[in-house]
Design a binder for this molecule. Structure first.
Ligand SMILES: Cc1ncc(C[n+]2csc(CCOP(=O)(O)OP(=O)(O)O)c2C)c(N)n1
Ligand SMILES: [Mg+2]
Length: 372
């Protein structure tokens, strides 16, 4: 007797592997050459002419901030800095789809999104220097950039549940990396948000590396997006070098979550064109220059610039003028950060604990007594 067709399918391991691979086509609207490849998707994104220009300005801001931060780090004027070059569409165009009332849960590389949300530049520099004032977020619905890989997914899940309980029409959104999808917190956060139908949007920025570990060594999953399915979430693969696709996917995910349908997971296909961090990483010890050059051809500023120049909205002159403005803002940020009193050990301990215990209080008193 033959095995029934349905049962055959269940037992067909090759079919399973094929389905996993084929289930996540990549969303792309603007190709590497700056051409629209899906006019309907462009319309659906609904970006006005002004918004297109604003998005470009934000992406250039991010690139300039990256260049300046890299130099400041080399001069020893910053503490920790994780380069963002190449990830502007993945970071900025996604962030652009969210609203002021939404809560941002970034990773250490996601400084530009926080600044776009209104976190003053000098605070970003103070955060980099490990100064507690960099972790104070007054009027910005954002949390400090998470260093513990994946932990921001759990925080975002909790915040999203809070928003739902308060019936606020907002979402929590979180960013981690490809490596982040190997962490337990990653699953726990998505699973919790899914179980409670909480309004969250989770991003995994697949930039191909977790420090020196290539994405292929992180997981056997052919797509990181498949991990969202495990929690029952709509899960997308998006060209993370394409600002229009990133904006469209994020806007739709936000709407889905705000409408009460629960969380969404988005894998962005992007690349880190710089070092992992400025703390001694040399990418050429684990990847080739040719590989970096190939990805550089796909980078988001080149293609968005081409597209906007074609529409007559952007030019070298506009970019130069804007770069000057951004550099002045960054100069002010550096000055402001340099003008803040050096952190005292006693203040640091005091700020870390809401209510210091006896031992911590003794330390605070001791250091304070020594003027430290
Ligand atoms: C829980 C935890 N384990 C290990 C580390 C050390 N660590 C810092 S960055 C990093 C790689 C993360 O890679 P990925 O998630 O791909 O993010 P990317 O840096 O590429 O943006 C690791 C393992 C950490 N910060 N937290
Ligand atoms: Mg990575």
């Amino acid at each position: 007797m033959a095995v029934k067709d349905d049962n055959k399918q269940v037992l067909d391991f090759n079919l399973q592997m094929e389905k996993q691979t084929d289930s996540f086509p990549m969303l792309q609207v603007l190709n590497n050459d700056g051409e629209i490849v899906d006019e309907d998707a462009l319309k659906e994104a609904g970006l006005s002419d002004d918004q297109l220009v604003e998005l470009m300005k934000q992406m250039v801001f991010s690139r300039v901030l990256h260049e300046r931060s890299t130099k400041l780090a080399k001069q020893g004027r910053l503490g920790f800095y994780a380069p963002t070059i190449g990830e502007e569409a993945s970071q900025i165009a996604s962030n652009y789809a969210f609203e002021k009332g939404d809560w941002l849960f970034p990773g250490y590389r996601d400084i530009p999104q926080l600044v776009m949300k209104g976190w003053p530049i000098y605070k970003a520099f103070l955060w980099s220097r490990g100064h507690y004032e960099g972790n104070e977020f007054d009027d910005v619905n954002g949390w400090m950039p998470q260093i513990i890989i994946g932990a921001q997914y759990v925080e975002a899940a909790g915040a999203a549940l809070g928003l739902k309980m308060r019936k606020q029409p907002n979402v929590a959104y979180a960013y981690t990396g490809d490596g982040g999808t190997s962490q337990g917190d990653f699953y726990e956060g998505m699973n919790f948000a899914g179980a409670y139908n909480a309004p969250a949007v989770f991003f995994s920025q697949n930039n191909e590396y977790a420090i020196s570990t290539p994405r292929k060594l992180q997981t056997k999953a052919p797509h990181l997006a498949a991990k969202g399915w495990a929690a029952g979430l709509p899960s997308l693969v998006v060209d993370g070098m394409d600002p229009i696709a990133m904006y469209l996917a994020s806007k739709k995910a936000r709407q889905w979550a705000v409408d009460g349908n629960g969380p969404v997971f988005i894998e962005t296909i992007t690349n880190r064109l710089g070092a992992h961090s400025m703390s001694g990483d040399d990418p050429l010890r684990y990847r080739t220059q040719e590989e970096i050059d190939e990805w550089t051809k796909k980078e988001p500023l080149i293609r968005f610039r081409k597209y906007l120049e074609g529409l007559g909205f952007w030019s070298e002159e506009i970019e130069n003028d804007w770069t000057e403005v951004v550099n002045e803002q960054i100069d002010d940020g550096v000055k402001q950060a340099d003008g803040i009193d050096k952190q005292k050990i006693s203040d640091f301990i005091e700020q870390t604990l809401e209510v210091p215990g006896q031992a911590a209080q003794e330390q605070i008193n001791k250091f304070r007594g020594e003027g430290k």
